[in-house]
Design a protein around this ligand. Structure first.
Ligand code: ARG
Length: 570
């Protein structure tokens, strides 16, 4: 498709003799199309050209050479140059592209042969999967899908927290009280309780603590009994996590968690020793990072000789570099782990691996998720289980659907799509670093900026399309019947789809796509309210039907990338 922005950037750049890149970045898309489809704020060049913006605008407009078939008009408003593109050309190209490409917006230009590792979800076994883990699961899953759509080779990793001295304690607790618990149900809660009890006992009795340490040592050495218990805790936990993954549709290519790296940390220590940066501090081995602006040293080995979370993350970097030859390795966690990743990424530079790898490491932090005070938090008790929250959302969605559309078939299935869609959209609606409130009623508001709203608009496109016998072909359309502002709004959004996907991965912000889908859904709503789609004028109807069809396709493809499934009816 014609890259209008680029054409404008090149033409301006020639006219003023400045770099295209810089000009390109300055070009804006005016809020009101009255002011053009693109605008160039000339004051950005006032300094380098030593001229007043209106003068620059005039100069450029006189000198500029631009294809009149693509840019039909240029106007000067104050210090701005406004560019008007050829609407019919844009419409024609967009609709043709939609017709040609089943996966509209999919482009593989920059992505072929590039490997992207995404470390997401990554809950800790024998501990509750909390509402923050839900967010990494949703964000990571969306990034995974978008990268894949754009042609990257993606490796999704669930870096389970399945290792550490706490398992020595859990084994001891299980030995003492295991027979009191039926672990076939709610196993994580019960394991968490055992863990709490053993911790209390450890504080009271030093000998118990010693036994816990001994268990962990045995586990490290591969002792049969301890390993068997640990494996059981792990299996039970995964079984519970899997229920959530099934609801959300989450998949991973690898489940290599921390334990997988337990026998791979020696190399990390050797490499760091060789670098000369590993120093003793109060019996521990640490890397001092103060010259890198990080005040807290990174502990590699504790004084008792055992490694920590960070050591295993370093071993994982080595392993992932060798196994996946990654161009990027993303870590989606709460921002509470900012320091951890700063340290680990800095220390990774001392491992002697290619810079390509250390440059490719990227932490993708997100903000807190809170429950609205008073509501569910009290009713469901202090331990709000994510699985319960998801099921509760589905239940509520079902009630709403039953009220709105009692005759609907497959209500269960639709309620699941709507409920889960609502949760996913809520997790992705705002930029990830912002704190978020998990309010089920809010996220299920069909009139709000919610997942169900987008689904509802999609369903509306479906019912419109259901009224015609056949979707017309683009070659038979009278493109110039789509010049009105509501149609053009949609055309432009669809034109931007690929760009939005690229921005979403560039900034690791699936929220860009979430916002985009909301804009598209709203644009369709206005189009639908203002224009009669099914009408007596066959040409007009065909053109509008095709636009509806295009919206339908992009809404569905886009939502699926976020992990939101579209109901055909609701
Ligand atoms: N298990 C950690 C947690 O629950 C997250 C792990 C993130 N991934 C990593 N490679 N450190 O907070």
């Amino acid at each position: 498709m014609t890259d209008f922005k680029n054409i404008i950037a090149e033409a301006i750049s020639k006219a003023v003799n400045l770099g295209r890149e810089e000009i390109y970045d300055y070009i804006e898309v005016p809020k009101d199309t009255q002011n053009g489809d693109y605008a160039f704020p000339c004051f950005k060049l006032a300094k380098s050209l030593k001229k007043a913006p209106p003068l620059i605008a005039k100069d450029i407009s006189e000198k500029i050479e631009i294809d009149k078939n693509k840019i039909v008009e240029i106007s000067i408003v104050g210090g701005y140059l406004n560019f008007y593109i050829n609407k019919d050309l844009l419409t024609q190209e967009v609709l043709e592209q939609v017709e040609m490409q089943e996966d509209y917006g999919k482009k593989e230009e920059n992505s072929v042969g590039k490997n992207i590792v995404i470390d997401y979800s990554s809950p800790n076994i024998a501990k509750p999967f909390h509402i923050g883990h839900l967010k990494t699961t949703v964000i990571g899953g969306a990034l995974y899908n978008i990268y894949k759509y754009l042609g990257y080779n993606v490796i999704g990793i669930n870096h389970l927290g399945d290792y550490g001295t706490q398992f020595g304690k859990l084994i001891e607790g299980y030995k003492l009280w295991g027979n009191e618990y039926d672990l076939s149900e709610d196993s994580i809660d019960k394991l968490a309780e055992i863990y709490k009890r053993i911790n209390i006992l450890c504080k009271e009795d030093e000998r118990v603590l010693d036994r816990c340490r001994e268990n962990f040592k045995l586990l490290e050495q591969g002792d049969e009994y301890c390993t068997k218990l640990w494996q059981e805790f792990k299996d039970l936990s995964i079984k519970e996590f899997q229920k959530i993954y099934d609801l959300l549709g989450t998949k991973f290519d690898s489940w290599n968690g921390e334990a997988f790296y337990a026998d791979k940390t020696d190399e990390v220590i050797e490499l760091l020793e060789k670098s000369g940066k590993l120093v003793e501090s109060e019996g521990a081995k640490v890397v001092d990072l103060s010259d890198k602006g990080i005040d807290t040293p990174c502990i590699i080995c504790k004084s008792n000789g055992s490694t920590i979370y960070a050591t295993r993350d370093l071993a994982a970097i080595l392993y992932r570099a060798r196994t996946y030859d990654f161009d990027k390795c993303l870590y989606v966690t709460s921002y509470e782990q900012n320091l951890h990743f700063k340290q680990v990424f800095e220390v990774a530079k001392l491992l002697g691996i290619n810079e390509k790898y250390t440059n490719g490491l990227e932490h993708v932090p997100y903000g807190f998720v809170r429950l609205p005070t008073g509501k569910m938090s009290t009713r469901l008790g202090n331990f709000v289980k994510v699985e319960d929250l998801l099921n509760e959302t589905i239940e509520k969605a079902k009630k709403i659907i039953e009220e709105k559309n009692p005759d609907l078939e497959n209500k269960e299935e639709i309620a699941k799509k709507v409920g889960i869609g609502a949760v996913i959209y809520n997790d992705l609606a705002t930029s990830r670093i912002k704190d978020e409130i998990f309010d089920i009623d809010e996220m299920l508001n069909f009139q709000g900026e919610t997942g169900p709203y987008i689904q509802y608009m999609y369903v509306r496109t479906n019912s419109v399309l259901g009224k015609v016998r056949k979707i017309p072909e683009v070659k038979d359309l009278k493109i110039n019947l789509l010049q009105d502002k509501y149609s053009q709004n949609i055309i432009k959004l669809i034109y931007n789809f690929e760009d939005v996907l690229n921005q979403a991965i560039a900034k690791s912000e699936p929220s860009f796509l979430a916002r985009y889908l909301m804009d598209l859904a709203k644009a369709f709503s206005s189009f639908y309210n203002e224009n009669k789609i099914i009408c007596d004028d066959k040409d007009l109807q065909d053109a509008r039907i095709y636009l509806t069809f295009s919206t339908n396709k992009v809404l569905r493809n886009g939502a699926e990338l976020l992990g939101i499934k579209m109901p055909e009816k609701m």
